[in-house]
Design a protein around this ligand. Structure first.
Ligand code: ZN
Length: 241
């Protein structure tokens, strides 16, 4: 190892040691908080203490029986979650997405989960991924995978149709738009790739930031179910229902 190689290592160690002693502040209200989540207890309570909409209400809002079996989400789309999600999605604030993932992981750990689930972040179309530079669902999945000891698979399925900005569409248009947004990627395997990464896992948890009509999630779930997924859970940060 050369002296040059040592520099970044020494810097990382220095940063990590410094981090242990520097106070962490809440990314919403700036008050001091306790590691590792950059959200104070007050802001955490605002996010998770609101009464949740029961799963059967979410299912009854859909036009037909969902192809997934279970849905869980961190909280209702209130002011605090809205601020964090929008910062993560449109202001390149990856720390906000990491914080959401950490808090969700804590929540899921308390409720319990199947350790064989493989996390599948809802894929972005390659054009959207290129313009944004990152997939917010993947950024949320990272701390979930780390804290819960689960794998992430983002190779087995892709978004092959670019949806128009959903925000401006009616509920019916969104449902129609989302019908065949995704396709599995098994046809893309070649000599240089790991074929296992292209096989749809038997048990999956689909990760996304917001659940509105559920049309995008249903489209992805349908696609994975047809490709062999037998257990499909939906893990969402917030629902607007
Ligand atoms: Zn706070």
């Amino acid at each position: 190892m050369t002296r040059l190689d040592l520099k970044p290592l020494a810097y990382d160690l220095f940063r990590q040691t410094l981090d242990l002693f520097l106070p962490l502040s809440c990314i919403l209200c700036n008050s001091n908080t306790i590691r590792p989540i950059s959200l104070c207890q007050g802001c955490q309570n605002k996010i998770i203490s609101a009464e949740k909409i029961p799963e059967k209400t979410i299912i009854s809002a859909m036009k037909s029986k969902p192809s997934w079996q279970k849905i869980r989400y961190l909280g209702n789309y209130n002011a605090e979650l809205r601020e964090l999600i929008l910062a993560g999605k449109f202001q390149d604030n990856l720390a906000a997405l990491k914080t959401l993932g950490q808090l969700f992981a804590q929540n899921i750990c308390i409720e319990g989960y199947d350790p064989e689930l493989v996390l599948i972040p809802v894929p972005l179309h390659r054009n959207r991924l290129k313009s944004r530079g990152y997939n917010q669902a993947y950024e949320i999945a990272l701390p979930l995978a780390k804290q819960l000891g689960l794998k992430i698979n983002r190779q087995c399925v892709e978004r092959h149709i670019e949806a128009k900005t959903q925000h401006f569409l009616s509920r019916e248009q969104r449902m129609l738009n989302a019908k065949t947004l995704f396709q599995t990627t098994v046809h893309k395997t070649n000599y240089f790739t790991d074929p296992l990464r292209f096989v749809v896992p038997k048990k999956v948890a689909l990760i996304d930031d917001i659940y509105t009509t559920g049309a995008t999630i249903e489209s992805l779930s349908n696609c994975l179910s047809a490709a062999g997924a037998e257990v499909i859970e939906v893990w969402i940060i917030a629902t607007t229902l």
